[in-house]
Design a protein around this ligand. Structure first.
Ligand code: COA
Length: 383
């Protein structure tokens, strides 16, 4: 057992064994993805994620995760057609988004916008898989539109209609900024979505599976997943990384900043992982995209700061960066405001959550662990 797992696994006095944070616990089987910390690798449905990132569009990977196999040419064409035809939101859905306070975090507005969709489609767990697959494609198609409409409105701009002749990545830039950037930017964005799509029983996916296990519906599971992803120890880390890099602000100040952080035991965002202890399998692929974006933009500051922190953290603490570390500055160089980074993560992870919803539903057992009571002894109510 890893050192961290041992430390967190305490035995209560004469009580049951507590595995705090469920460190090292296998909660179920899955055929969606395999995380292999011993070889720093990750597969989706058996395919290495690096190969998928190098050779596939995000939509193909979405199909793979949802259906279990890569699509044939005709399957892919009809999947894309369906996804593209579902991008637009109803007028009432847009009105709901328009009502959100402009000061709200986009993860909060997205969580509510997804939940709203659930009010328009009465759904329960345990329905035939084809119905939930259809809902999953609807969520995949509409979540980028929800994010973009909210972003445009909070920036005081009119929403831009989705286009059906663009890929998901191209269309997202079109809906946010009214234009599609050059190929290298689209490629990097597409890769980031593939890398963010799925990662076994992480906190948000497990949340979604817990909700699914009560025979609740896919919208509830995804809404719960968004709530879990928002936290900076999970998906929110990609925003926190960029805020940290901005706080440092200058490559010449990076080492001193980090030494202070280490001294004060400050958590360095974008480092560490519950499962990977020798490096995150997805980082080299995303770091290469960050290098491409740096070359494309000519803005070298962020990669310079990040390289200083990375070297010291690995050499002196043995703590490696996770995917959020290169993803944060990559999204910055693509031109997105920082508070959109975790919503972009949702655009990708909706595929993994949906695949796990389907898997949990197909072989369900209510997820309901036990707790060891440590409160006051039973006492008489004197009233
Ligand atoms: N900065 C500084 N120290 C860190 C660290 C970080 N980002 N991540 C882990 N450590 C240290 C811990 O303080 C601990 O040190 P100790 O043994 O001296 O107490 C040791 O490394 C083991 O870490 P632990 O907290 O047991 O790991 P975990 O599995 O519980 O936590 C995370 C994993 C992801 C929650 C944690 O690494 C973290 O908070 N990272 C920053 C947030 C982040 O990037 N999240 C995205 C994850 S994909």
């Amino acid at each position: 057992m890893a050192k961290a797992a041992k430390r967190k696994t305490g035995k209560a006095k004469a009580g049951p064994k507590i595995i705090k944070g469920l460190v090292g616990v296998y909660a179920d089987t899955t055929a969606v993805s395999k995380v292999m910390p011993e070889t720093n690798s990750l597969t989706y449905r058996g395919y290495a994620v690096q190969d998928l990132a190098a050779k596939c569009e995000f939509e193909e990977v979405a199909y793979l995760l949802l259906y279990g196999e890569l699509p044939s040419k005709s399957q892919y064409a009809s999947f894309k057609k369906k996804e593209r035809s579902r991008r637009a939101l109803t007028r009432s859905h847009q009105n709901v988004i328009a009502e959100f306070p402009k000061s709200a975090h986009p993860m909060d507005t997205l969580r509510t916008a997804v939940s709203y969709l659930g009010t328009t489609d009465m759904a329960w767990g345990g329905e035939p898989a084809r119905k939930d697959l259809d809902r999953a494609i609807d969520l995949l198609a509409k979540i980028p539109t929800m994010i973009a409409i909210d972003y445009r409105l909070r920036s005081g701009k009119r929403p831009i209609r989705p286009r059906t002749n663009l890929s998901m990545s191209e269309n997202f830039f079109h809906m946010c900024f009214g234009k599609v950037p050059p190929t290298e930017v689209i490629r990097a964005f597409n890769v980031s979505l593939i890398l963010y799509a799925e990662h076994s029983f992480n906190a948000s996916t497990f949340t979604a599976r817990v909700i699914t296990s009560t025979r609740s519906d896919i919208y509830s599971a995804v809404t719960g997943g968004i709530g879990a992803l928002k936290g900076p120890l999970h998906g929110g880390a990609n925003e926190a990384v960029m805020e940290m890099l901005q706080e440092i602000g200058d490559p010449n100040k990076a080492e001193a900043w980090l030494r202070r952080a280490m001294k004060t035991k400050r958590v360095v965002m974008g480092f560490g992982h519950r499962v990977y202890k020798q490096g995150d399998s997805r980082v080299p692929t995303m770091h290469a995209c960050l290098e491409d974006l740096t070359a494309w933009s000519g803005d070298t500051k962020w990669i310079e700061i990040s390289n200083v922190l990375k070297k010291i953290m690995i050499d002196e603490k043995g703590i490696h960066p996770n995917l959020d570390y290169p993803a944060g500055p990559a999204y910055y160089l693509m031109g997105f405001p920082i508070n959109l980074y975790t919503p972009i993560f949702v655009m990708a992870r909706i595929t993994g959550w949906s695949a796990h919803f389907l898997e949990q539903n197909a072989d369900n057992s209510l997820i309901r662990p036990l707790s060891d009571y440590h409160g006051p002894k039973q006492r008489r109510l004197k009233k």
